[in-house]
Design a protein around this ligand. Structure first.
Ligand SMILES: Nc1ncnc2c1ncn2[C@@H]1O[C@H](COP(=O)(O)OP(=O)(O)O)[C@@H](O)[C@H]1O
Ligand SMILES: [Mg+2]
Length: 266
């Protein structure tokens, strides 16, 4: 099966600034995102998660190595990769549906078709009744759902999400995890999702990568199926409180804390 995105020996070094040394934000990252995968990257702050996402999005050219989309080198941002940011990046002077169809408008898609596609995706994220609302009247979770609908409306192959739930309260966050999994199950986009919540990572990932800092790299990889247990039972709390889930959570936490401690040694 061809990879949707392949990373070959990707490195990113930020040059030295104002007396500070250069930063190896990524070193020798090799990874393939395959069809239908929901890949979650987990790691302490500063381990290069956002840098990796920016390289895949095409916002940052890597210092060395290659990023391929279906075998072709990427040369910048593209419609095939939709981005959902931590804090929604919606346009406050446009309402919900105008924000959702904004990418299509930029692409020159005719207004009737834009509406149809935007409505389909607002329905997917449960916002059909809110299409004429101004953005400021929505809760944080709803704003993130508009961000997701907007990215989906351009029909990318892949969704890139950098801590999209990081600013939400715990209850909304859990609901959003389920909503995103449900949307993924329906659309089967390849997802790259960043979080620093171990529970969120374990619950959502088909494949989990753990990253560690200085230099930023992938140190562990797990194939998981807690998401599938959720699809089968419909009960997220039951999945997250199972003995198997808790054992895995503790294993991952000990890896992350172990790496943090070793990173602090002189
Ligand atoms: N534009 C930049 N210039 C210089 N250093 C940067 C830049 N962006 C990120 N870094 C550094 O690269 C490392 C990885 O950052 P980042 O990818 O944001 O980590 P994460 O998202 O995992 O918290 C950090 O040490 C950070 O300070
Ligand atoms: Mg980050």
């Amino acid at each position: 099966m061809t990879a949707v995105i392949s990373l070959n020996h990707v490195a990113m070094v930020f040059p030295a600034l104002q007396g500070l040394g250069s930063v190896k934000a990524l070193e020798d990252v090799n990874f393939e995102f395959r069809e239908n995968e929901f890949v979650v990257a987990l790691g302490a702050s500063g381990c290069g998660k956002t840098t990796l996402l920016n390289v895949i999005a095409g916002f940052l050219p890597p210092t060395s190595g290659q990023v391929l989309h279906k075998g072709d080198p990427i040369s910048g941002p593209g419609r095939d990769r939709g981005v959902v940011f931590q804090k929604h990046a919606l346009l406050p002077w446009l309402n919900v549906i105008q924000n959702t169809e904004f990418g299509l408008k930029l692409q020159g898609v005719a207004s009737a078709e834009r509406r149809i596609r935007a409505r389909e995706n607002l329905a997917l994220v449960g916002l059909s009744d809110f299409e004429n609302y101004p953005i400021y009247q929505l809760s944080g979770g709803m704003q993130q759902r508009v961000g997701l609908a907007r990215a989906l409306t351009c029909d990318p192959d892949m969704l890139l999400m950098d801590e999209p739930l990081g600013a939400l309260d715990a209850f909304t966050r859990e609901n959003m995890q389920e909503l995103i999994l449900d949307v993924w199950q329906k659309t089967r986009k390849v997802v790259f999702f960043i979080t620093h919540s171990v529970e969120e990572a374990l619950f959502m990932a088909t494949r989990l990568v753990v990253m560690s800092p200085r230099p930023g790299r992938i140190t562990h990889e797990y194939k998981l199926d807690f998401y599938n247990q959720y699809f089968e039972s419909g009960n997220a709390r039951q999945v997250k409180s199972s003995a198997e889930f808790i054992a895995m959570r503790e294993e991952i936490l000990s890896i992350i804390y172990g790496e943090e401690r070793s990173g602090l040694e002189p």
